[in-house]
Design a protein around this ligand. Structure first.
Ligand SMILES: Nc1ncnc2c1ncn2[C@@H]1O[C@H](COP(=O)(O)OP(=O)(O)OP(=O)(O)O)[C@@H](O)[C@H]1O
Ligand SMILES: [Mg+2]
Length: 284
């Protein structure tokens, strides 16, 4: 097995995918080397469609993908990519009659790991890494939602992938398991993940892409995303009609986005502010 990680593990160039009349992904380019890249965007923005193409589940209509230095449109190279890639779908279809152990073992077989003894050790390792060692021989249908999500996460981690594609991985995870997810991701050279949780991006990601209507509207570091709103956030104790967007914070103060009026109490921007400002400009 090749273990070289190229400088850019992931190269996406002008990729497009339509479903009937819907252009779900519309000329997206993205590159990633080592580290965790986050994908943000509203419901229907095209995140899952993009991730499915990166996971080689779906072929693009146009554009070019290079994964781990290989071309997924070539069947032989696609097989090699699948062996070295882990994928957690948004709604993982787990076989409810399987146990977590059976399921992870099955994924290992699909990845052509033929050594039974090795597979057994590997199943124990990945299920242990998501804290499921105690339930690995129970039927999946008897597990809680968060536990099922962790089974799917374990399946994505089997064989130590070089590239991990995660569609809303923290969905349903309790706070402790969310923390655990961080150390799990630290074991993988390159991770591309979608999330609706902006604080997760701040905690986990070195790079972030924001997608609206199938197009990349922002790419940069989390700090740069927050920086979009620098000097454009202020707080006071009442509504301000001059703001392009206002909301009430946990302390009961009003937080405003836009051009602050003279004398306003300008505050440091967060990632949420940067994202909301982008979203606002998108809908104007
Ligand atoms: N298999 C499909 N058939 C038809 N339309 C689809 C299909 N998959 C996605 N779409 C459409 O493509 C667009 C993008 O969907 P996608 O699931 O990629 O969005 P998303 O960003 O993952 O949204 P969410 O945050 O809700 O998960 C939507 O308009 C959706 O209705
Ligand atoms: Mg999705």
């Amino acid at each position: 097995m090749t273990t070289t990680t190229t400088a850019t593990t992931l190269e996406i160039e002008e990729v497009t995918k339509s479903f009937g009349g819907t252009r779900a992904v519309d000329g997206v380019s993205l590159t990633a080397g080592r580290g965790v890249i986050g994908l943000l965007g509203p419901n229907g923005a095209g995140k899952t469609t993009l991730l499915r193409m990166v996971a080689t589940v779906l072929a693009p209509d146009a554009g070019r993908l290079r994964l781990l230095g290989l071309d997924p449109s070539d069947p032989a190279q696609r097989t090699e990519i699948r062996r070295r890639l882990g994928y957690l779908p948004q709604s993982p279809g787990l076989y409810p009659g399987f146990t977590p152990f059976d399921l992870v073992d099955y994924v290992a077989v699909l990845k052509e790991h033929t050594d039974r003894e090795w597979r057994r050790e590997e199943c124990r390792r990945v299920l242990g890494s998501v804290g499921l060692e105690d339930v690995m021989h129970r039927r999946i249908r008897k597990l809680s939602g968060g536990m099922r999500q962790r089974v799917a996460l374990a399946a994505a981690m089997v064989g130590g992938p070089e590239l991990l594609v995660l569609d809303e991985p923290a969905n349903g995870l309790d706070p402790e398991q969310r923390l655990q997810l961080r150390s799990l991701l630290a074991q993988v050279p390159t991770v591309l993940m979608s999330t609706h949780n902006i604080s997760e991006v701040a905690a986990l990601c070195q790079g972030v892409y924001v997608v609206f209507s199938g197009r990349v509207r922002f790419s940069g570091t989390p700090a740069e995303l927050a920086g979009l709103a620098a000097g454009r956030v202020w707080e006071d104790d009442s509504q301000d009609p001059r703001a392009i967007r206002s909301w009430v914070t946990a302390t009961g103060a009003f937080r405003h986005l836009g051009e602050p009026p003279a004398g306003a109490q300008v505050v440091a921007p967060t990632l949420d502010d940067g994202y909301l400002l982008l979203a606002r400009e998108e809908h104007r």
